[in-house]
Design a protein around this ligand. Sequence first.
Ligand code: ATR
Length: 491
Amino acid sequence: MLFSVNDMETKLCIPIVAETVEEALEDLRNAEQYADLVELRLDHIKNISKQGLRELIAARTKPLIVAYRGEKAEKRELLLEAVEAGAEFIDLDESEKNMINDVRKKGKTRIILSFHDFTKTPILEELKQKYKEMEGYHPDFIKIVATATSINDNFKIFEFLKDKKKCIAFCMGIKGVISRILAPKYGSFLTFAALKEKKVSAPGQLTAMEMINVYNVKNINEETEIYGIVGAAAEHSRSPQIHNSFFHETSENARFLSFKVEEKELKKFIDNLQKYHFQGAAITMPHKVAVMQYLDEIDETAAGIGAVNTIVNNHGRFIGYNTDGYGALRALKDKTEVRGKKVLVLGAGGASRAIVYGLRKEGIRVTISNRTLEKAQQLAEEFYTDFLSLADAEKRASEYDIIINATSQGMGLQEGETPLVNLPEKKVVMDIVSYPSITRFIKLAQQNKCTVITGEKMLLYQAVQQYHLWMGKELNSKVLENARQLLRRII
Ligand code: ATR
């Protein structure tokens, strides 16, 4: 019996990448809990026999694609055996198009004719030409898989898919991930996800759990609004988890992706976001300043800070905002009264600017300290505040009520570093570094009985303000509490 398939809806397909029939049977059982369709990669199973293949086909409880990549003598016979045994689909490489007639004679199995480009994404005209050529062989589905060398390649696939039916198309590679997630929006018949990290069958594949739990991919449709974080290392950002949890809990038909964008790709990427009606974006390192020149308008706070961390698509116009200062202030106010307090801000980079701006707006006295003293001086002059060398900050830290680390020390490669070693007792100490959550700076503060505010608070609250800008409404305390718990789990 063939399992029926609705050809008009995107299916989540999990490839079975196993070395033995027993392992494949186990993976099949697990994959079928999440997958709409399962793809059996015969080339991975060592010494697969016709009997083993039949056993696997008979065991399926979901529609099955049988595929064999690479060249081996057994391939043709095994694929025809799969047809005879009643597999719903077989995947034939373009070079195997001469098998189409034999497959048709043998059974009702539908044919996916596939083309792979492992080095690039061809230009749109070439993609269309390839499709036309393959259409000439009358397969049931056409699959075109390219490789993204730039995030902008994904948009070629979105454009290509526009008027296509019974077509599977996406980009492989880390820069192609968004085409896999957005397959249901643009109408690719299949999107592939791995059973687990070790079972990835092609580069860029996310796990099925991530596709389902973070991106809720089965409920993405044409109308789904798209947001995302734009950054050079955006794949490491926790913003997708935070924003997708906000969207999920407030029942918005919206998703938040990560956009790994290099400096040289930024202009075209922002153009693409606008052209494809993405609803908004978060901006992170190193694009917060550079992105400003590509926007239609900059709001007052972002202009004051001199950097944008949020884009809002307002009827086609892209407006730049900055929610970092708001995030920092709200994180502080959760734990302490800020009015009348003396604040020491360590660092004079982008994050520091946003925080100093936010504090000054509220009329709070700030002193800026930085490794490069001239930068502290410049910032202090711009915002009419004081500045200090780091050595002096170390000596005079006890004069301040609130001390904030706005340097990158403690983060990633700088883990274990701290901008100050001698932290005074019983102060309020905040770190903007959210990964790791407990930095050395925070540890020192805890040892000195300070009230501490860790970096994920600012991360959370700047995201809350982004949600407000995008959706025009506030998040309730239950959604916030859930996001807090989620952050605690993932950081
Ligand atoms: P961000 O946008 O995150 O603020 P940035 O603009 O690159 O990033 O700023 C990084 C801040 O961390 C700067 O204040 C930097 O000091 P310099 O202006 O002297 O470069 C500070 N910083 C980075 N590494 C540091 C280190 N090892 N010791 C002291 N300060 C450091």
